[in-house]
Design a protein around this ligand. Structure first.
Ligand code: NAP
Length: 545
């Protein structure tokens, strides 16, 4: 594939070629900025490139989990179903990249290993694992929030004679579990999606559950031509709903408290939404699920009863319903036949909260009680070094050589989730403190990218060559996030939202909670007010050696 000339000096380096990087490249190209795009994978797709585990599927509905910026792309692409599987989303992103001829400007198989803000040159010096150094006025990261897989630290894991997989780093070739005894650790979205498929193939599957999760049926279905036509015809109306939504999805959010209607009305509402399935159950039922323990208990009790209905063995249902957190305070999973899978003869579940893993042996796992599980393969669905992991790993240094890892030692500090003070000309698409992780990602990505592109255009028009978040504005933004989170149930639980899914991370809420719609208004207002909270300035250009 012919690629653009590898200029050592460009306007912008973009890191990542997933939803964020692809659109950022398209926008900057349209504005005439020169770019280099580095992508560690051998293809586009980001999260959808790496997460190839059985059952990997989007939990957001296809007609809004996609780009909105191009009428042509929207009209030419046909989604097959309500929640497309990973191969289809990867195909979509390849389609977009080909349609916009983006691939020729992306350097695949190339990882950014370090970045230094050069105060004399007013730009970034970026190093890659191919030994190259590139200078860019702007550094823009589109590295995702769940892109650095986290493996569990289990004593003896190096002794295991079988294969160990991580859902977020799944092999490209088909993994065949036929005839095998498989152990799966982790019951977040990835574990819940992969369990039914692995169970259907393996000789035996044991799910090792540390935290019981509340899953709601997805109710996936194929899309007919009529359904697709209706989605296209109603695009403007659905888009308006999406943009007005706190979570970037094209349905009205819940308006009613669980506590202001009768038990009969609650049940009728939840029954109807259980049949609709997916995120609509959580997000269109009651407006106080993550705000009020009593309201939360209404929904938690409802889901618990549904699980007990589905699972035949009460002892197995006890483990699956052994909840220790309010529903919705960890990212809500949705599933296809997750609980039903535990009715199979070849599947069992073990609580490793009650009986933790003591060690891995050559032929399996041993728990503290001495119980031993003979395994041929272990699947780690144990999540990621979320939100900050991939940013910190890039080894970025701002003014005075300050490392991002050092600056964020006590938690990520970023203004609007887009910029961090002390690191001029660094933009983070869906960075910490943006609403991204609580929303439908493509909506936040498009808004972030458009906002960054407009700021860069304005700087060019006016002749500014540096932009930096002001420390006070950043501190205020972070304080507001913490205060908003403190009014919710999120801080009562360890989760990746709370940055506390791994032991050595600072425990702090990492998302703007007040909604994607409000966030977009604030960003627009800041832009209208001459980028309030940012220092925009001109320095004499120093030549790069
Ligand atoms: P996750 O939500 O962080 O879940 C990880 C699971 O592994 C949890 O059950 C966790 O238990 C367990 N775990 C972690 N470390 C462990 C250890 N050392 N020992 C035992 N258990 C351990 O990760 P994920 O399921 O990969 O999902 C991450 C995020 O990616 C999701 O929340 C979602 O935003 C995104 N995702 C989206 C989709 C989709 O749209 N379809 C699919 C998959 C993932 P604890 O709860 O006790 O920590």
């Amino acid at each position: 594939m012919a690629q653009q000339s590898h200029a050592a000096q460009v306007d912008a380096v973009i890191v990542g070629a997933g939803f964020s990087g692809l659109y950022m490249l398209h926008r900057l190209r349209g504005l005439g900025f020169t770019t280099r795009v580095f992508e560690a994978a051998d293809g586009v797709g980001g999260t959808w490139y790496w997460n190839r585990y059985p059952g990997a599927r989007c939990d957001s509905e296809s007609h809004y989990y996609c780009y909105s910026f191009s009428d042509e792309i929207r009209k030419e692409w046909k989604w097959s179903c309500r929640y497309p599987a990973q191969p289809e989303i990867l195909e979509y992103l390849n389609f977009v990249a080909d349609r916009l001829d983006l691939k020729k400007d992306i350097e695949f198989g190339t990882r950014v290993t370090a970045g230094y803000f050069d105060e004399a040159a007013h730009g970034w010096r970026i190093e890659t694992d191919r030994g190259e150094t590139v200078h860019a006025r702007f550094l823009i990261t589109g590295v995702g929030n769940t892109s650095t897989p986290a493996n569990p630290t289990l004593p003896g894991i190096e002794k295991f004679a079988g294969k160990i997989y991580h859902t977020g780093l799944w092999p490209h070739e088909k993994v065949d579990f036929t005839g095998q005894r498989v152990g799966l650790i982790g019951t977040g979205s990835s574990g819940i999606q992969s369990t039914p498929l692995i169970a259907a193939e393996a000789d035996h599957l044991t799910v090792f559950q540390r935290t019981a999760n509340y899953s709601v049926p997805a109710r996936n279905h194929e899309l007919t031509d009529d359904m697709r036509r209706e989605q296209l015809e109603k695009f403007e109306e659905l888009r308006r709903l999406t943009l007005a939504s706190p979570i970037g999805m094209s349905f009205e959010p819940a308006q009613v408290s669980a506590l202001e209607i009768t038990p009969e009305e609650r049940k009728a509402k939840l029954d109807a939404l259980w049949d609709v399935g997916g995120f609509r159950f959580m997000f269109t039922s009651f407006n106080d699920i993550v705000l009020d323990r009593q309201a939360n208990a209404v929904v938690a009790d409802y889901i618990t009863a549904k699980i007990r209905d589905k699972v035949r063995d009460p002892a197995v249902a006890d483990v699956l319903c052994d909840f220790n957190h309010p529903v919705g305070t960890k990212r809500p999973p949705i599933d296809t036949d997750y609980y039903e899978t535990f009715n199979r003869d070849n599947v069992d579940i073990v609580s490793i909260r009650a009986d933790p893993i003591r060690e891995v042996t050559a032929d399996g796992l041993t728990l503290e009680s001495g119980a031993h599980y003979r395994l041929d393969a272990i699947v780690c669905a144990t999540g990621f070094d979320t939100v900050t992991g991939s940013l910190i790993k890039m080894n970025l240094h701002g003014k005075g050589g300050q490392a991002l890892a050092e600056k964020w030692k006590y938690g990520p500090q970023a203004y609007l989730g887009l910029c961090t003070s002390g690191f001029p000309n660094l933009f983070m698409v869906t960075g910490p403190g943006s609403p991204a992780i609580l929303t439908n990602f493509p909506v936040c990505i498009e808004q972030n990218v458009d906002w960054i592109a407009k700021l860069m255009e304005r700087m060019r028009d006016i002749g500014f060559n540096e932009v930096e978040a002001l420390p006070d504005a950043e501190a205020e933004w972070v304080k507001d996030i913490v205060e908003a989170a403190d009014k919710t149930l999120f801080p009562t639980v360890d989760s990746w939202y709370m940055n506390s899914n791994l032991p050595d991370k600072p425990r702090v809420f990492t998302a703007y909670f007040s909604g994607m719609n409000t966030y977009a208004e604030i960003c627009d207002d800041i832009a209208r007010n001459n980028y309030k909270g940012f220092d925009l300035r001109t320095h004499a250009r120093a030549e790069v050696a």
